[in-house]
Design a protein around this ligand. Structure first.
Ligand SMILES: NC(=O)c1ccc[n+]([C@@H]2O[C@H](COP(=O)([O-])OP(=O)(O)OC[C@H]3O[C@@H](n4cnc5c(N)ncnc54)[C@H](O)[C@@H]3O)[C@@H](O)[C@H]2O)c1
Length: 354
């Protein structure tokens, strides 16, 4: 039976801003490491309020009460999934729980904001997309990096032709931990790069090769992915939970310019190098190789918190009935690449077509 969480005395109450605009009422499931960021950002928007938080753990709920005493909490996710006074459910729980929770939210008429990766399998993601379409509801997957100033700036530099035709995308995303129990390092860290690559690169990859090894808890903790694109474009991702240092550096090589994105830099996150190689001359033995070594510059990168923009964007999509670009289909493509990477990993780097 549908219930009200007591956000207002009337179960179908509509919250409004001072200007009479409707406010999207958000319920958040999961208040572990990442959940507090989701609660804080949806709660601070003009057009949304977090009206309930659910976590199985009493300790997590205690943290919610301390940070947001005004928000009702519950340990029972059905309270939130079936509440009549919630429009959007944000799912910030471990990956293996995403499908069941998102499905229940959609079945109960709620829009869904779900953490990356959307689900554990492509079949589950397809199921959610179909259900959302049938119910005319929206799914948005939290591919947070797509809302960072750095990624949005790189997208501009690719779209306006500054880098020229792309040769490669090469990312290193390594640190010590955090060890996950339910997924390997590919499913934990590579969704960031895979979603960024999908966003930046117009073509889709045709095949993937993954190698890696497990050392401590039975799942791969060090892995290397290679993605083959049309036109000789190649992608490479190095993910590792056993690195002594944290590295978040991506090289993007283009025909005209080359770019280094160091996400750990406070300023000058992106550096563009006017460097390249040109070949001229006849056959392979008479080739003239000339190296171009021009200026380096660092474009300005907007510093607004990515989740703030992302939460505002999803609320706007709901209010204006627009499809978000990081929707269920975008999440599904990332899971397709992750599944293919797992198949390749199990066969010690066999090439898997996408
Ligand atoms: N977008 C990002 O940059 C980013 C960063 C970190 C984590 N994540 C994603 O966020 C999700 C959660 O990761 P985390 O690191 O916060 O995990 P976590 O283990 O720290 O927290 C998960 C919380 O969910 C609660 N929970 C689990 N199942 C539940 C259920 N059925 N009902 C209610 N509560 C439940 C747990 O008690 C825990 O408090 C994962 O999907 C992860 O991939 C995304």
């Amino acid at each position: 039976m549908a219930t009200s969480l007591g956000i207002d005395s009337h179960p179908h109450s509509v919250l409004q801003t001072d200007y009479g605009d409707e406010i999207v009422r958000v319920g958040v499931i999961g208040y572990g490491y990442w959940g507090p960021n989701i609660v804080r950002n949806f709660h601070a928007q003009d057009r949304s309020r977090v009206v309930a938080v659910c976590d199985k753990s009493c300790k997590s709920l205690q943290r919610v009460r301390q940070a947001h005493p005004e928000i009702p909490v519950t340990q029972e996710c059905r309270d939130l999934l079936e509440a009549t006074d919630i429009d959007l459910v944000a799912i910030v729980t471990p990956v293996w729980t995403h499908y069941e929770l998102a499905k229940a939210a959609l079945e109960n008429g709620k829009h869904v904001f779900v953490e990356k990766p959307i689900t554990c399998t492509t079949a589950q993601a397809e199921d959610l997309i179909e259900l959302a379409e049938r119910k005319r509801l929206k799914i948005m997957v939290d591919h947070t990096f797509l809302f960072t100033g750095a990624v949005r700036r790189i997208r501009q530099l690719i779209d306006d032709g500054t880098l020229g035709e792309l040769y490669y995308y090469d990312s290193t995303r390594v640190n010590l931990g955090l060890f996950q129990h339910d997924v390997n390092v590919i499913w934990d860290l590579a969704p960031h790069d895979l979603s960024i690559m999908d966003y930046l690169i117009k073509e889709k990859p045709e095949a993937v090769v993954a190698t890696g090894e497990r050392h401590l808890n039975g799942v791969a903790d060090v892995a290397f992915l290679t993605l083959y694109y049309p036109n000789n474009m190649i992608g490479h991702i190095n993910v590792n939970w056993l690195s002594p240092v944290k590295v978040r550096t991506t090289l993007i090589g283009g025909e005209k310019k080359m770019l280094v994105w160091n996400d750990l830099e406070a300023d000058e996150k992106i550096k563009i190098y006017d460097k390249g190689v040109e070949m001229s001359g006849g056959d392979v033995y008479k080739l003239l190789v000339s190296y171009r070594s021009g200026d380096m510059w660092s474009p300005r990168v907007e510093q607004v918190e990515a989740l703030k923009l992302e939460a505002a964007y999803f609320v706007e999509c709901i209010v204006n009935n627009k499809q978000p670009f990081n929707d269920g289909a975008a999440g599904l493509h990332v899971v397709r690449m992750l599944e293919a990477a797992d198949h390749s990993l199990q066969q010690k780097g066999k090439i898997v077509q996408l």
